[in-house]
Design a protein around this ligand. Sequence first.
Ligand code: URA
Length: 230
Amino acid sequence: MRLDKYISNATDLSRTDVKKLIKARQVSVDDKIASSGAQKIISEQVVAIEGSPIKLAGKRYFMLNKPAGVVSAAKDHLNPTALELIYEHRSEQLQIAGRLDIDTTGLLLITDDGQWNHRLTSPRSDCKKIYALELENPVGADYATRLSAGIVLEGERRRCRPATMQVIDDYHIHLSISEGKYHQVKRMMATLGNEVVSLHRFQVGDIVLDQGLAPGDYRPLTAAEIASIL
Ligand code: URA
């Protein structure tokens, strides 16, 4: 990687600031003053600014307990966004892996690892997402069979992948799906003649929402959680 790109990726400095630092002879590579931002850096080399070594951070992975009223986006002119809740350097590099509707709460995964994000969200991925639903009307006796046969959503020709359901009580279920179509859960329930009153995602693959996270809080994923998305 070019020296100027390396420094701006590792710090919050702009390319212009980096240029100025190099010109002021304040950047060194392996203890030699650097003279050009175009110099190529390999991983073993030590880059320092005013004598203090800097390091490229690794990829970052977080889980956020998304509150209602927050949009799954980086910027929005009307509502607060999920990325505004993540107080990290270089937050503009973070992306949301699998959006939730504004009124849906719960587990939102956020990363700057594009490949990991793709593995999680690609239509070919079989990653299960589990939601807790409160319903407007009682759970129908035919739901489990219809969900496992694959629901045909209004306006679509293809069946959804089979879904599974656990009944909690007459008005509450846990629903596991392995796709991420637009408003999928709400549309599935509409097809079954019901309506979602509240929707909360608590699991994606093997990653379970940390009970210790209050709405709006986030934490880094553990190494095991990151590795669980294959
Ligand atoms: N399905 C929905 O309808 N909404 C969500 O936020 C997630 C899944």
